[in-house]
Design a protein around this ligand. Structure first.
Ligand SMILES: Cc1cc2nc3c(=O)[nH]c(=O)nc-3n(C[C@H](O)[C@H](O)[C@H](O)COP(=O)(O)OP(=O)(O)OC[C@H]3O[C@@H](n4cnc5c(N)ncnc54)[C@H](O)[C@@H]3O)c2cc1C
Length: 452
């Protein structure tokens, strides 16, 4: 029997803890916050339990669905309304074209792409050879032109990654695409190849009742198969190697363990392991505002399908994205009983969210006005407004790549790393990396055990 401490109970840490328990480890899972889940956040709004962090997962690679199957929860897989989402561009609202890769069209001449950006533009090829180190914005301008950048790429990159295409390199945002381009594939061919490999049909699924349930499913399953202590409100404050294992200090006690998995955001992992000062990172604040309102017929009509991503230069809107949650998820529509649930998000790297610091009445007025513009109709005053702030490290944050490189070098047989800081953004990447990391650690332990 070995012992493990997993630091951080977001999806990376939860999956790591669950895997460790399944291999017979006694696990203590620590989290700084009041409850486990990290960005699998939940809140009660007007009597409804809603997701305020991740609300779905990419079906890419089948990793999350495989996990749900292993948890015996595949009957909970929810598919969103097929209506699709829209873009709000300076030219007005348009449905999001199909077959986009980070906002880049696989077929720039397709009718749905032309409806957004006009006639195909062969781009400004004068920017020299593209490489992984080129800014994503320059890649787009070179290959597709400014309209694709403003109307397709900015909304996708802002809405999903909370950053600006000018502030992030091709490799930081899209490593697989960067690898193709560095191997000599022309940009448009690389985009078309990536689109051909993307999953068919809806690219995102969710969980009936909300994505936050994944945290409960993992904890319940781990407890049913072994020993898991979940200690919340107890941040790790120190980490020290000792002969044959680790000593983890928290705000409440000192724990000894054979194995440690760090599944905290990269800045915390660097400070726990004493990373060099050059790798200090500044987090960005983003805010998610949930509204519940009584607007009869709105969910049924779904004027912008499942939601709207906002392009560059759109006047009169401060939000970067709106999800019409009660139109997107059938389970939520049923639970809302005629009410509508909208979720708006604000803030990108280097930009304070427009909602930050607003008093409740001003907040309600701003989000109601944004939602009215984005849905194309005058909305009533919301029955409830709920605000959550997250501090995240979007791709392109200065020092992120160096920090990740330093941290990866600290991995040992007894120290594992999990979470988006290592795996990249999104549940699909985080889940598969955490499972692989535990397989690596347990493979090492078992090999050592058999040689003793
Ligand atoms: C608003 C928002 C919406 C998103 N929506 C989606 C989506 O729909 N689908 C999707 O696939 N991805 C989505 N993402 C991305 C996805 O949520 C993340 O990539 C994923 O949650 C990262 O998981 P993680 O375990 O690395 O980190 P986190 O979820 O950030 O968890 C890290 C945990 O570490 C804890 N912690 C920090 N310091 C300490 C310490 N010293 N000791 C102990 N614990 C500590 C924190 O309290 C936290 O619980 C979204 C991200 C955001 C910000």
């Amino acid at each position: 029997m070995s012992t493990a401490v997993v630091v951080g109970a977001g999806p990376g840490g939860l999956v790591a803890a669950w895997e460790l328990v399944r291999t017979g480890c006694d696990v203590t899972l620590l989290d700084a916050w009041k409850w486990p889940g990290g960005l699998l956040g939940r809140a009660q709004v007007d009597g409804l339990t809603v997701d305020v962090g991740a609300e779905g997962y990419s079906v890419r690679g089948g990793t999350v669905e495989r996990l749900l199957t292993d948890l015996g929860a595949d009957d909970l897989i929810a598919t969103p309304d097929p209506g699709g989402a829209w873009l709000q561009t300076a030219g007005g609202p348009r449905p999001i074209p199909k077959r986009l890769v980070f906002g880049l069209p696989a077929d720039p001449g397709a009718a749905d792409v032309r409806a957004v950006v006009g006639e195909p533009d062969s781009g400004d090829g004068s920017r020299g050879p593209l490489s992984a180190a080129t800014s994503f914005a320059d890649v787009v301008r070179a290959g597709y032109g400014q309209r694709v950048l403003d109307d397709l790429v900015c909304p996708l990159v802002g809405g999903v990654y909370s950053t600006w295409p000018d502030d992030v390199t091709l490799a930081e945002l899209a490593p697989a695409l960067a690898a193709r381009i560095d191997a000599g594939t022309p940009l448009r061919d690389a985009v078309a190849e990536a689109a051909a490999q993307a999953p068919k049909g809806g690219a995102v699924h969710g969980i009936t009742g909300g994505m936050h349930r994944l945290a409960d499913l993992l904890i319940d399953s781990a407890r049913a198969s072994g020993t898991l202590e979940v200690a919340v409100g107890e941040p790790a404050t120190g980490l020290e190697r000792r002969p044959g294992g680790w000593r983890v200090t928290t705000t409440k006690r000192t724990l000894a363990a054979d194995l440690v998995v760090l599944a905290v955001p990269l800045d915390r992992a660097l400070s726990l392991l004493g990373g060099p000062p050059a790798t200090r990172l500044t987090a960005s604040r983003i805010e998610v505002i949930t509204l519940v309102l009584d607007a009869p017929g709105l969910a049924g009509e779904a004027p912008r399908g499942t939601g709207v991503l906002v392009g560059a230069g759109v006047a009169g809107v401060r939000a970067k994205a709106l999800t019409h949650s009660s139109a997107k998820w059938p389970w939520l529509r049923a639970a809302a009983q005629g009410r509508d649930v909208l979720r708006l998000s604000y803030g990108r790297r280097g930009q304070t969210p427009a909602t930050a610091g607003l008093a409740p009445d001003d907040l309600a007025a701003l989000v109601r006005s944004d939602a009215s513009v984005l849905l194309g109709r005058d909305l009533p005053e919301p029955a409830a407004v709920q605000r959550v702030a997250w501090h995240i490290l979007p791709p392109g944050t200065p020092g992120l790549a160096a920090g990740r490189q330093w941290l990866t070098g600290q991995r040992t047989d007894g120290l594992g790393l999990a979470g988006a800081g290592i795996a990249g953004v999104g549940l699909a990447a985080v889940v598969s990396q955490a499972r692989e990391e535990i397989a690596r650690l347990r493979g090492n332990t078992q090999r050592q055990g058999s040689s003793v």
